[in-house]
Write a protein that binds this ligand. Structure first.
Ligand code: AHM
Ligand code: MG
Length: 331
């Protein structure tokens, strides 16, 4: 049986979809489609490496820590290099910044044609790799600020200024979800065609679904509002799902509803997730699908970033579920 929302009439690749979207704006120079095609290419290359990781001996750590003090997996490094290589050859990118690198990479200034900045987490949830679990790439595209000489200050823009955001989920299938601020669209990689194919346009998150996603093992150090919410959820027939890879947990919520939380904990007093290349892109994707995303009691995309690797608490998902939790926070 055909699902009524699935796009079945025309075969639309990611590339043709972006070109068609750009054609709606007569003054668009086509720069943006180059960036998305680079991200799509990197996603295909990373999917290929992830899928064959055990066979090619690419699992395990490289024996080093990244700037966040986290153990780098071999595939973290491979995914980072792949994105750098694919994006580095695009003439319109001024600055790239990655979870894996301490400093932003400056490619060119505004006068040299650098229009955009691309921020990414190359392989989120990479500790799942050893157990054949899902992982993802998250990206955020910002406009360059040609008058700002400092690269870190250039990219410290609130999420509300993102030009585009998306993620690629390496799961049973490879899914690319993205938004340019006109709804959230879902593409799936057809490995036989080698293309991301548009399968669902204008995703909408159900307003309510009684499923929460949180690492409950840290409950004793959660803020009081969070423990009160969990007690309410336990008494109200909620179910719990937690994959431990943000992209996979959020993708489930995007498809079927629910709520994801990563509040402050004893270990991560400001939350664990990074504002610029995890929280903000997820926030834009989810809001464009009708959901909500908060960091503390502030809308995540309104937070003014102070530094590249800044962390924030995260509350994201179905609007009704998020509103209930805001109520527990006294908002
Ligand atoms: P990473 O970017 O180092 O992979 O860490 C981020 C991941 C998220 O994907 C996930 O939501 C979270 O860490 C899980 O953390 P925890 O193991 O503390 O529950
Ligand atoms: Mg991450």
């Amino acid at each position: 049986m055909r699902h009524p929302e699935v796009v079945t009439d025309n075969l639309n690749s990611l590339q043709s979809h972006i070109l068609a979207e750009e054609a709606k704006y007569p003054r668009a120079a086509g720069d943006f489609s180059w960036i998305i095609s680079a991200i799509g290419l990197a996603g295909k290359a990373i999917a290929n490496r992830v899928r064959r990781a055990r066979l090619t001996g690419a699992l395990g750590s490289v024996g080093a820590e990244n700037v966040q003090g986290e153990t780098q997996q071999s595939l973290d490094v491979i995914a980072n290099e792949t994105l750098m290589q694919c994006l580095g050859s695009r003439a319109n990118i001024a600055v790239m910044a990655s979870e894996e690198d301490e400093e932003p990479t400056i490619l060119r200034t505004g006068s040299q044609g650098g229009k955009y900045c691309v921020l990414f987490d190359p392989l989120d949830g990479s500790s799942n790799l050893d157990v054949n679990g899902p992982v993802g790439t998250i990206f955020s595209v910002l406009r360059n600020r040609p008058d700002e000489p400092d690269a870190e200050r250039t990219i410290c823009q609130p999420g509300s200024q993102q030009v585009a955001a998306g993620y690629i989920l390496y799961g049973p299938s490879t899914a690319l979800v993205m938004t340019t601020g006109h709804g959230t669209d879902l593409f799936e990689l057809d490995p036989y065609l080698g293309s991301f194919i548009l399968v669902k346009r204008g995703l909408r998150i159900p307003e309510r679904h009684k499923v929460y996603s949180i690492n409950e093992a840290y409950a004793e150090t959660f803020p009081a509002w969070c423990r009160a919410y969990l007690a309410h959820a336990h008494a109200s027939g909620y179910s719990s799902r937690y994959i431990g890879a943000l992209v996979a947990d959020v993708h489930r919520i995007l498809m079927s509803g629910g709520v994801f939380l990563y509040p402050p904990t004893a270990k991560h007093a400001s939350g664990k997730l990074r504002l610029l290349y995890e929280a903000n892109p997820i926030a834009m994707i989810v809001e464009q699908a009708g959901g909500r995303c908060f960091s503390g009691d502030i809308r995540t995309m309104d937070v003014q970033p102070q530094k590249l690797h800044e962390r924030v608490p995260l509350l994201v998902g179905s609007s009704g579920e998020v509103d209930d939790i805001l109520g527990f926070m006294g908002r």
